[in-house]
Design a protein around this ligand. Structure first.
Ligand code: SF4
Length: 417
């Protein structure tokens, strides 16, 4: 909003607080409600700050929040961001709350007019799709973010070219299921074509994407990745379970064997690729045998990273109503076990990097260790190095000297090409 003359101030001096919300996890919703309550108490005394509630939680329960808390002066679902700046100014001027919450697909085009303030001069994210058509039984996304809606590829490419001209070296394409990109537009231009075209934008040295879905990740995508060196060899391919029965209950649309066969194709076409995944343990009705199937799949694929979660029921989803919900203790025990197994696998894979020379893009300061910097390999491994502040934002060749479970250590051997 800097382009409208707004500036960031501490809460105590702000005219408006913008809360960007997500309702995928129930706890996040509770936290936002309590934050609004806190702002509302101050607003009742002093008349500010007003609150703008944005995102999928706003879409779901924003109207109720505005009724309960008078400080809420704007509610906008995720598809109406383009209307937010003017809406906030109007609401502050006349004190009337504004609501932008319907599912009008045309509103998506408003997203192209939102100027974005980017925090990194060399890395940027471009949202390419909104919503999802997959309807996994545990997930609220299709209900709160709506059906799949893909942005026009011409707009995405314009954004990528503008970013490259501004000095951005790395772009990440974002969507709930990026592989489904274009399936709603039916013009024959899908994710593989988008990857090919964005990776060809002059100046873009690294192209990433997240997140994939095993049912939509196809051979065309792999072929484009194999022929475009700037597309990073890093794929997050959520498996969620290794049990066919649980995968069916989750409505994931593939079997464990189909997943394993896809992982094997990926590894054979893209040697050295980093494969990461998401896994839920303790889904309703998950037996010990189902859980063992998940453990076996983890041991077989050997993912670089597994984002694990104990299943937690999400109101409004089919899985929340399923019988045989597991107790917290069983879920915690299973979560501990997969995390322990995965730590050993990650360490083993990371140790294979020791001694290798590899290019990293230096991101910024490392969270620990004075003066240490951190960067990422094309395979998305974090590498900690000694460096100077002017190295931030540069590509640099390093030799890996040490491996941990979650990161590597390295020393500079030259500047990246
Ligand atoms: Fe949710 Fe992902 Fe399934 Fe879509 S594919 S419904 S976003 S879990």
């Amino acid at each position: 909003m800097i382009h409208r003359g707004w500036e960031e101030r501490p809460d105590s001096e702000a005219d408006v607080v913008i809360l960007v919300t997500c309702s995928i996890r129930e706890k996040a919703e509770q936290k936002v409600a309590s934050e609004i309550g806190r702002y509302d108490a101050v607003w009742k005394r002093t008349g500010s700050p007003s609150v703008a509630l944005i995102g999928c939680m706003a879409q779901r329960i924003g109207a109720d929040m505005a009724k309960k808390f008078r400080c809420v002066k704007l509610v906008s679902g995720p598809r109406h961001l383009g209307l937010v700046p003017q809406g906030i100014e109007d609401a502050l001027n006349d004190g009337r709350a504004r609501f932008f919450m319907d599912e009008d697909p045309m509103a998506l085009e408003d997203l192209n007019v939102v100027p974005t303030e980017r925090l990194s001069p060399v890395k940027a994210y471009i949202t390419i799709t909104y919503g999802c058509d997959r309807f996994c039984s545990y997930c609220i996304v299709p209900y709160v973010r709506g059906r799949l809606q893909s942005r026009r590829h011409e707009d995405i490419l314009d954004e990528a070219r503008a970013l490259a001209l501004g000095g951005v070296l790395e772009i990440t394409l974002l969507g709930q299921n990026v592989d489904a990109y274009g399936k709603d537009r039916r013009d024959g231009y899908g994710f593989a074509a988008l990857l090919r075209d964005v990776s060809s934008v002059p100046g873009i040295r690294r192209l990433r994407f997240a997140t994939s879905h095993p049912r939509d990740f196809d051979k065309d995508i792999l072929d484009v990745m194999a022929s475009s060196p700037s597309i990073c060899r890093a794929i997050n391919l959520p498996v969620q379970s290794g049990s066919d029965r649980i995968l069916r209950e989750m409505n994931r649309g593939y079997s464990a064997e189909e997943y394993l066969s896809l992982a094997a194709s990926i590894r054979s076409i893209l040697p050295g690729v980093s494969l990461t995944t998401d896994l839920i343990v303790g889904f309703p009705g998950e037996t010990e045998e189902d859980f063992r199937d998940s453990v076996a799949l983890l041991r077989e694929v050997k993912f670089d990273i597994v984002h694990t979660a104990a299943y937690s029921p999400r109101e409004g989803t089919r899985a929340a109503l399923m019988p045989n919900q597991l107790d917290a203790r069983t879920k915690a025990g299973r979560l501990n076990e997969v995390n322990r197994i995965q730590s050993a696998i990650a360490r083993e894979l990371n140790e294979a990097y020791v001694g290798r020379e590899i290019e990293i893009l230096v991101d910024g300061y490392a969270p620990k260790g004075e003066g240490l910097l951190q960067g990422r390999t094309a395979t998305d491994k974090v590498v900690i190095i000694n460096g100077a502040p002017e190295d931030i934002g540069r590509l640099m060749n390093v030799r890996i000297t040490r491996a941990g479970n979650w990161s590597l250590e390295g020393e500079r051997v030259g500047t990246g090409a």
